[in-house]
Ligand binder design. Structure first.
Ligand SMILES: Nc1nc2c(ncn2[C@@H]2O[C@H](COP(=O)(O)OP(=O)(O)OP(=O)(O)O)[C@@H](O)[C@H]2O)c(=O)[nH]1
Ligand SMILES: [Mg+2]
Length: 191
């Protein structure tokens, strides 16, 4: 279990990380619940800043976990505007992070369970797959869908993502499924 969690620093380039450690990157659109998810995972209330105004996370925030691993919080898609080139800025940012970050073991892609995967979520997912990165899909805000509709919603989301291998729906409010997700993340980080 995650016993220790400490904010280390914010960086623009992963290669400036204090020392290489097996890492997981949290990706998702602004307001999806990345910071809340990091707080749930680490059993802390205020480790990562939770905002009501979308788009507060500006750089890569490194959190040291159990003295061994990093959880890295990335900016939400909210910021990145589509540039004139072929790729948009967000995809370019992810590409740079992945290429500069050999100790990045896998990515958690967060998707709003109620909203379902947006075009951008699907684009990001395909891009990560094309980079051969291991991706864990984390659907947040499960509590926002009534229990009777959760199964159907989950089925639809999985279909839109072409049946991802690793998929969890969680709630940062009720902490549903957080125990299993914490275990799976630690298992992957151990390598
Ligand atoms: N009901 C519900 N609300 C949630 C859940 N997770 C996050 N929220 C709320 O969603 C809002 C955004 O959460 P954040 O954790 O700040 O989202 P973020 O992805 O870090 O946002 P940025 O840093 O702005 O990109 C906050 O008001 C949270 O309280 C959840 O599982 N259930
Ligand atoms: Mg945040």
């Amino acid at each position: 279990m995650i016993k220790e969690a400490e904010y280390i620093k914010s960086l623009t380039h992963p290669k400036d990380a204090p020392e290489p450690k097996n890492s997981v990157l949290m990706l998702g659109r602004s307001n999806v619940g990345k910071s809340s998810f990091i707080n749930s995972l680490t059993h802390r209330k205020n480790l990562a800043r939770v905002s009501n105004t979308p788009g507060k996370t500006l750089a890569l925030n490194f959190y040291l976990i159990n003295q061994l691993y990093y959880i890295v919080d990335a900016p939400g898609y909210g910021y990145a505007k589509r540039s004139k080139g072929m790729k948009d800025e967000f995809i370019e940012m992810i590409e740079r992070i992945i290429l500069d970050f050999p100790s990045l073991i896998f990515v958690c892609l967060l998707i709003d369970f109620k909203v379902g995967p947006t075009e951008k979520d699907i684009e990001t997912y395909s891009f990560l797959r094309s980079m051969h990165k291991d991706v864990m899909i984390i659907c947040t805000k499960k509590d926002k869908i009534p229990k009777t509709r959760q199964y159907k919603q989950e089925k639809e989301i999985k279909k839109l993502l072409s049946d991802p291998i690793s998929f969890y729906a969680i709630s940062n409010q009720t902490k549903e499924n957080m125990e299993i997700v914490e275990q799976e993340i630690l298992k992957k980080l151990e390598g």
